[in-house]
Design a protein around this ligand. Structure first.
Ligand code: LMR
Length: 397
């Protein structure tokens, strides 16, 4: 039956971890996958999560959730994205559904797009998180790209972006990273978001925000939602994928939310039934535990406050590692400019290293990262930053 099946290519991100685990060198470093580590290089369970777990221990955890998931969780999740007093929430015109983290939310949206806007295409930034391409491909949605990053300035290619969005057929879906763009760490300014929003309004494009890092860009969840808020002010009916993997450290719980702003309450309810119809034959209904943790944290003022402090703590540690990496590269005598390390934001540094330089970093220095030159700053610590800087200096001389 299966002799014709060829091995699938290794995943460009998760494959890095597979290689890292096989290496027994004592100095090995994993700066591949975007998963937060403390300064000891260890995964972190947030204190607010521990406290929430203690509160829910022994509760009725094992029942099925409805197809759309935990309704209280969905409500709290969209409040975080759109703002507590958002008009679209007050008028109940947001369809929201619990999703298997950000990936699952994007996949549901892509499927919904294919069913109900079958001729539309998705516009994907260059570069983007590698899995975005797979998600829309598997949903059989036609994909095009738009310019985003300029390797020369190591910043945003704003004019290229605007031009490509203007030239796309009206009614295109545009995939936007709400904050802390993965992999570049380069976000538009508020002013630039306003311009992008205006162009998209004119072209009647649909804005779909992937918000995997709320809180990680600035340490402030409200500020990190500024792009979404600007689009809402301009009257866009956006869609949004939220993930609590990074900002609550709930990676393996697969907890996220897909929401779509609609015309009114009736339409929101209708859209939700169709989203549920996509879930039912695929996985029936989502898991319980992660949603309950997030619900417990977001509905309890004390726990929410603790969470906000802890997100800020993670974001601040990453920012301090950006400075340390840059300083160590300069100390090592690198003649190149590393200013972009501290200019970029979020979990990643898009270093500008070539795939060949990355290969040398891995083969000669046991530093594991994606071949596009992305460094997960979350894996950098005060103990390994000098080693990393020296290794980068050696391969970029
Ligand atoms: C990443 O970009 O490293 C993360 O979003 C993890 C993943 O699933 O790829």
């Amino acid at each position: 039956w299966w002799t014709h099946v060829e091995p699938a290519p290794r995943d460009p991100i998760l494959g890095v971890t597979e290689n890292f685990l096989k290496d027994s060198h004592p100095s090995k470093m994993n700066v591949g996958v975007g998963a937060y580590r403390n300064n000891e290089g260890k995964p972190v369970v947030l204190e607010c999560v521990r406290k929430a777990e203690a509160k829910i221990a022994g509760s009725d955890l094992m029942e099925y959730l409805p197809m759309g998931g935990n309704v209280k969780f969905n409500d709290l999740s969209v409040q975080l994205a759109y703002g507590e007093n958002a008009e679209c929430l007050e008028s109940k015109r947001v369809a929201s559904i619990q999703a298997l983290s950000g990936t699952g939310a994007c996949r549901l949206l892509a499927e919904f797009q294919k069913r109900f806007q079958p001729d539309s295409q998705i516009l994907i930034p260059v570069p983007t998180w590698a899995n975005h391409h797979n998600i829309w491909k598997d949903a059989h949605v036609k994909a095009q790209t738009y310019r985003y990053y300029d390797p020369k300035t190591k910043g945003l290619d704003f004019s290229g972006l605007v031009e490509d969005i203007k030239n796309a057929p009206s009614g295109s879906f545009v995939l936007l990273h709400a904050c802390a763009h993965n992999p570049t760490g380069v976000d538009p300014t508020a002013e630039q978001w306003r311009e992008i929003s205006a162009v998209m309004k004119k072209k009647e494009h649909f804005a779909f925000f992937d918000m995997a890092y709320q809180g990680f860009a600035s340490g402030d969840c409200e500020k990190d939602a500024q792009a979404i808020r600007i689009f809402m002010e301009d009257g866009h009916q956006i869609g949004c994928a939220q993930s609590f993997a990074k900002n609550m450290g709930l990676y393996g719980q697969r907890i996220g939310c897909l929401s779509i702003i609609t015309d009114d309450q009736t339409q929101a309810a209708t859209v939700k039934t169709q989203l549920q119809l996509i879930c039912r034959p695929m996985y029936s209904n989502p898991p319980v535990h992660g949603a309950l943790i997030v619900q417990t944290i977001l509905s309890n003022p004390e726990l929410k406050q603790l969470w906000l402090q802890e997100v800020k703590g993670m974001a601040d540690r990453i920012i301090s590692m950006r400075h340390a990496l840059r300083e160590n590269l300069e100390k090592a005598g690198s003649q190149l400019s590393w200013q972009h390390i501290t200019n970029q934001i979020g979990m990643f540094c898009y270093s500008g290293m070539t795939p060949e330089q990355v290969d040398r970093l891995t083969n000669e220095y046991h530093v594991y990262m994606t071949r596009n030159g992305r460094i997960s700053m979350a894996g950098v610590t005060t103990k390994n930053v000098e080693y990393l800087a020296n290794a980068i200096h050696e391969v970029t001389k």
